[in-house]
Design a protein around this ligand. Structure first.
Ligand SMILES: [Zn+2]
Length: 346
């Protein structure tokens, strides 16, 4: 494999990978859920490392305020409001034309997670919300699939490998996300929109997650970290909490209760940060050209192949071809719902 040898020569020289590990990376299939700041780092490093198949799932579009930390994107992407999955896929394919990149402009939900995550060796968390992470956790437990939790806010990053038990004697299952955090945070929690975020904190924690991913994919499972690692890059605080074994009381990995996967905990309308509400799962195919004609008398409309933007002060509606929408300018679900019903349909 001369091309493989040359392109990845510096990685093959590293004893932990070697030629055998490089071949395993080339034969690996991963899914990255969420392609913002964390997902940009996860996907670009793993594509450069030669992971053969990468599925990118993201529901959002690019805005100027993303560019400070979402290292796959540029000003042109923001000017076009490109969906992140599409822009990421284009860049990643330019970085490495020998791997397969499959973009999905979708929100991961109980209804589509079987399709979106099927046939992958590892799932990586690039999301920004607990709801999707709990869904991912339940899916991974049910399917005995490994996944890597990664989050960053402010100067602080946290990551954990959630690994299934392996058949061959060696290692048992780790704790799952619900073992460590039995309930999602309630009340006011810091997010990138309230607490800000340092791009270096994201790159630090995502790089650690990528290293763990490579260990999994080349089969060096015994070297994988079995702790919840947190690192505050500004204050130089570093801590690890043991997570090598499931909690005996965990309702998810212990009792196989899956409230998120069964849809019981899944809202159809949700806040999605930065003064926005998302209306999802409409399954209402939309023709942008027709809608432009209809909406033009009521505000400013522009559209591309991927999104339609409708600006009517103080709201900005971004519509995807399947009818899903993000309404910016309010955190009031009722206001967002009636805006959608009035201009798109109920
Ligand atoms: Zn658990």
């Amino acid at each position: 494999m001369p091309a493989l040898d040359e392109r990845y020569s510096r990685q093959i020289l590293f004893p932990g990978i070697g030629l055998e590990g490089q071949r395993k990376l080339a034969g690996s299939r991963i899914a990255i859920v969420g392609c913002g700041a964390t997902g940009s780092v996860l996907s670009s490093l793993l594509v450069r490392a030669g992971v053969g198949y990468v599925r990118i799932i993201d529901r959002d579009y690019i805005e100027p305020s993303n560019l400070q930390r979402q290292v796959l994107f540029d000003e042109q992407d923001a000017a076009e409001s490109l969906p992140k999955a599409i822009a990421a896929s284009r860049k990643l394919q330019q970085i490495n034309s020998t791997v397969t990149i499959e973009p999905h402009v979708e929100d991961l939900t109980p209804a589509n997670c079987d399709d979106l995550l099927e046939a992958t060796d590892l799932v990586l968390d690039g999301t920004d919300n607990f709801e999707t992470r709990y869904l991912l956790n339940e899916y991974a437990i049910r399917e005995h699939r490994p996944w890597i939790y990664t989050a960053a806010v402010g100067s602080y990053g946290v990551t954990m490998n959630i690994l299934p038990a392996e058949d061959a004697s060696s290692t048992g299952a780790t704790a799952c996300l619900a073992c460590v955090f039995p309930h999602p945070p309630t009340g006011a929690t810091e997010t990138c929109d309230t607490g800000g975020i340092l791009n270096s904190a994201v790159n630090l924690i995502a790089s650690i997650a990528v290293t763990e991913a490579m260990k999994w994919l080349v089969g060096d499972h015994l070297r994988m970290r079995r702790t919840l690692l947190s690192f505050d890059a500004w204050h130089n605080d570093h801590s690890e909490i043991r997570a090598s074994q499931p909690s005996p009381n965990c309702t998810v990995c212990g009792q196989h209760q899956f409230p998120y996967l069964s849809g019981r905990a899944h809202p159809h309308i949700s806040l999605c940060g930065r003064n926005s509400v998302q209306i999802h799962e409409r399954h209402r195919p939309i023709r942008f050209a027709e809608l432009e004609t209809r909406l033009s008398p009521h505000g400013e409309v522009r559209y591309t192949e991927y999104v339609l933007k409708f600006l009517r002060s103080p709201y900005e509606l971004t519509l995807f071809p399947d009818g899903r929408a993000i309404i910016k300018g309010t955190t009031d679900i009722g206001v967002a719902r009636s805006f959608y019903a009035r201009f798109i349909g109920s």
